[in-house]
Design a protein around this ligand. Structure first.
Ligand SMILES: *Cc1c(COP(=O)(O)O)cnc(C)c1O
Length: 341
């Protein structure tokens, strides 16, 4: 029994999801003639109370499209130093949009409104890049699945409005923030100019993300998606997985959260564990007391039991719970960890 905790992207489509995919009605989505893609886009737009949504092959592409929509070459965006748009999109902000990132030293991937305010370059000081966009991530990936406080998000929204900045949500795991009861989709829709959501993480789809925003923004987003090579044809087979996931896999995210919390609680009792980050959703980040147990030894001991986790660099280890991580697997991981000194 292989137990894979390296990421929530490792989950496979369930038999029910595969059945929904196989029976999807499809057309050519580049001509906007795929009824299943159109239905998914409408469903997600309505859920967040936004005018329009557009289906994409990846969350990297939705984020990159949003950055392109809101900036001109030479501009700067503001994000936390942990942000996916800065760390894990291959330098796409500079490659695709010619923009730089002003990194904020936030807490677990989250910035305060005053930190964002300090990061804005004065618009009349033409020596510095023009600040055009603020990107936030909810939940934070590198920040260990932390959920933003809605009040802080609202304050940053006001700051963006008064400074003429666009406001983008990288909501790859917004479903987890919703399942944790920290935010609801309509509030997200009111706060942000654009929202990116992923179907291929906790929701268990094989592929797919959506970008949400106003009609005019999404009309422009179709053009950018085309330029980036993201126009797909009979993608209704993939969209059907998304519709299935929204109807069946949202509620169960709470299971991932309590399992991650239980793993964190157990690890916190171990002498070889020096730090466990607060577990709010499905991501657990911790550090070892390397005099007692090296990272390599720990990873190998788990691997010997067919339990797979990864290091994140900087002495941090990560476990991520997901749809394919069952109660039986959870019991095994708990017992393996319990038996360690
Ligand atoms: C996974 C993820 C994305 C999208 O990444 P892809 O590899 O393109 O699916 C974007 N933002 C965050 C925070 C993510 O975790």
């Amino acid at each position: 029994m292989k137990i894979n905790l390296i990421s929530d992207t490792v989950a496979h489509p369930s038999p029910g999801m595969l059945k929904a995919m196989m029976s999807a009605e499809v057309g050519d989505d580049v001509f906007k003639e795929d009824p299943t893609v159109n239905a998914l886009e409408q469903k997600v737009a309505r859920m967040f109370g936004m005018e329009a949504a557009l289906f994409f092959p990846s969350g990297t592409m939705t984020n990159q499209t949003a950055i392109k929509l809101h900036t001109q070459p030479g501009d700067q965006l503001i994000c936390d130093k942990y942000a996916h748009v800065y760390n894990y999109e291959g330098g796409g902000a500079s490659f695709n949009s010619g923009v730089s990132c002003k990194l904020v030293d936030g807490n677990r991937g989250m910035m305060t409104v005053s930190q964002v305010e300090e990061a804005i370059n004065p618009p009349d000081f033409y020596h510095s890049p023009r600040t055009a966009l603020v990107c936030i991530e909810n939940t934070t990936n590198k920040g260990g699945g932390a959920c933003w406080d809605v009040e802080e998000l609202e304050k940053i929204k006001s700051l963006c409005t008064s400074n003429g900045l666009a406001y983008h949500l990288d909501g790859a795991r917004i479903w987890n923030a919703m399942a944790a009861g920290t935010i609801d989709p309509k509030t997200c829709g009111e706060l942000f100019d654009t929202i990116s959501v992923c179907l291929s993480k906790g929701l268990g789809c094989p592929v797919g993300s959506l970008l949400l925003g106003s009609e005019p923004l999404m009309e422009e987003a179709i053009r950018i998606r085309k330029i980036l090579g993201g126009g797909m044809r009979q993608s209704g087979y993939l969209a059907a997985a998304g519709i299935y996931a929204l109807e069946n896999n949202l509620e169960r995210l709470g299971d991932d959260h309590y399992r991650a919390r239980e793993l964190g609680e157990l690890l916190a009792t171990k002498s070889f564990v020096s730090y466990v980050a607060p577990v709010e959703t499905n991501i657990l980040i911790f550090e070892l007391n390397e005099d007692l147990m090296s990272i390599d030894t720990f990873i190998q001991q788990l691997k010997d039991e067919d339990i797979h986790i990864i290091g994140m660099g900087g002495g941090k280890l990560r476990m991520v719970t997901h749809l394919d991580y069952t109660d039986t697997m959870h019991d095994k991981v708990l017992s393996v960890l319990s038996s360690m000194p």
